[in-house]
Write a protein that binds this ligand. Sequence first.
Ligand code: CP3
Length: 348
Amino acid sequence: STGDEQLQKEFPPLKNNLILRACRGEKIERVPIWIMRQAGRYLPEYLSIRSQHSFFDVCRTPSICCEVTLQPLRRFDLDAAIIFSDILVVPQALGMQVDMIAKEGPRFAHPLNVPADIKTSIDRNKKASIELKYVYDAITLTRHTLDGRCPLIGFSGAPWTLMSYMIEGKGSETHAKAKKWLYTYVEDSHDLLQFLTHFIIDYLVEQVCAGAQLLQLFESHCVRDLLSRRQIPHVPLIIFAKDAHYALDELCSSSFDVVGLDWTITRKQIRTLREKYPNITLQGNLDPCALYASQNDLEKMIKQMIEIFGTKNYIANLGHGIYPDANIDNVKYFVDTIHRISKDIIKN
Ligand code: CP3
């Protein structure tokens, strides 16, 4: 358990603020890097913990959550930690039952079929500050345990992503059921998105109060709403909108500090974004499958990536979450090579 002492808000001084400087477009000695899903099934030490605890038990127990969050940092020279959790803790907090099924992914026991289901499945009186306290406790504990080594990222799913899961009940390629709601139950959809938006803002604010130093939002819809409310204390905000190639201009012109690019975004698109939005920090976007390549080939791809993004206003990452069968040696090589090559470029 986390004693009050550990939860006090005086945090150790930060020894590595590279990623925060990159978000502000400041001078850096080397390009910062972190990896989406950096704590996860490709690490034997994670699997070992998962053999004893269910996925959501890990999320709900601050000491275990902290341990899992720090595991990748023991192996790799990462420039940020991301709190171990899932975007689906939000629907859970609202009263929906979500289970993590091995080899399948998350499943909702009772997805929303029609608007009337909202009343029975969602408790609108729930408060993010109360229901998700275990996340804030985990963040505070992890921030202390990090001892200033690097910043801690908090995150949330964005409203449309969460609404889609709540209706589909699981991951979906087409989001057809959820999109059908948008067209057939227009007002109810707006209302649900609005409610989720408010809940998510509270959730993000609480994460910052608990010690999160950056925030990443997964997905894009309704982000304007999130930001127009200006309720999020000033920490850098990263938007990672998968498959949002058609919306990159919009994302770069809204008030996000960092736009995360998935691995399908081409070099030409990246160059155009760089020219049009020199003050936006870009994050990405190595194909997770590139980690299967030889280190020789990997080095070439990393070089190309740094050439295209440049070293300023840039955070290196994969273009999507790392896969469970990723080669651990190559993950280390990826991190070290980003640092080595970018350091050389900046020095000369
Ligand atoms: O990045 C991190 O290391 C932080 C932890 C994190 C997880 N999920 C842990 C996780 C984050 C940021 C997420 C985000 C998330 N979760 C998203 C948005 C990003 C994306 O992938 O598009 C979504 C859509 C989810 C919902 C979710 N959770 C799915 C679809 C799955 C199954 C897919 C899979 O890889 O199995 C999960 C499970 C999940 N979330 C795992 C982890 C480590 C693996 C489950 C396990 O350990 O048993």
